[in-house]
Design a protein around this ligand. Structure first.
Ligand SMILES: CC(C)(COP(=O)(O)OP(=O)(O)OC[C@H]1O[C@@H](n2cnc3c(N)ncnc32)[C@H](O)[C@@H]1OP(=O)(O)O)[C@@H](O)C(=O)NCCC(=O)NCCS
Length: 184
């Protein structure tokens, strides 16, 4: 398996939506309502990604598997300035990090996070990633990468109240250096 990571362009919106929908349906089965997951609309989600990819100060990277020429995108990451200002200035947030179910546990998530951190570290001091409390595998991934547990907040998705927990890396340049050393 040869996986390469590159910045996303506008043409990648449909592929990113495809990865997002397939990954959500697996990762969030039993967490979000079945009808909500079943009704996810690739075309509408792709339109949202076209706008997100073009946002200034945001970073979107895709991971491509060279062995899949027809649909090479198998993962992506999207990051941007954190929601806070003032005390949170200098903080950047990874909003989404998804790897297709059949490609997980092969180092692609770590590689995407390594490249994202490398792009962001020169201009940001700290990183936060929020994940559903119920998403045990993703929490294990962030804890393996040294994330420090932060606050829990409640939100509503698909008509269901869920809780999200923050993971913090207070020294983004250090995380970037660590991941660069560990990247395949
Ligand atoms: C979470 C996710 C991004 C991780 O990407 P990945 O490519 O599968 O992870 P990696 O192979 O880079 O894993 C790196 C390390 O993290 C840990 N890890 C990853 N997935 C894990 C799991 N399911 N359970 C326990 N530890 C895990 C392991 O220590 C792993 O190293 P190892 O395989 O050598 O033991 C990916 O599994 C995914 O997209 N999941 C579904 C969507 C999701 O939950 N995204 C995050 C929402 S914020």
């Amino acid at each position: 398996m040869t996986v390469a990571v590159r910045p996303a362009g506008g043409d990648d919106a449909a592929a990113i939506a495809r990865v997002q929908v397939a990954t959500w349906r697996t990762a969030y089965a039993g967490i979000f309502p079945e009808a909500y997951l079943g009704n996810l609309n690739d075309i509408r989600i792709a339109a949202g990604w076209s706008a997100s990819i073009a946002r200034p100060a945001h970073v979107t990277l895709v991971a491509e598997d060279a062995g899949l020429p027809r649909e090479p995108v198998v993962g992506f990451a999207h990051a941007g300035p954190g929601e806070g200002t003032g005390e949170a200035a200098g903080e950047v947030e990874v909003f989404t990090l998804y790897v297709l179910p059949g490609h997980q546990r092969r180092g692609i998530g770590r590689l995407l996070l390594a490249r994202t951190a490398a792009v962001l570290a020169p201009d940001h001091s700290r990183l936060v990633i929020r994940v559903l409390v119920e998403n045990g595998p993703a929490r294990a991934f962030y804890e393996r990468l040294g994330g420090a547990v932060g606050a829990v907040r409640r939100l509503h998705v698909g008509g269901r109240a869920v809780e999200e927990i923050a993971y913090h890396w207070p020294d983004l340049p250090r995380l970037s250096a660590t991941l660069a050393g560990a990247a395949p």
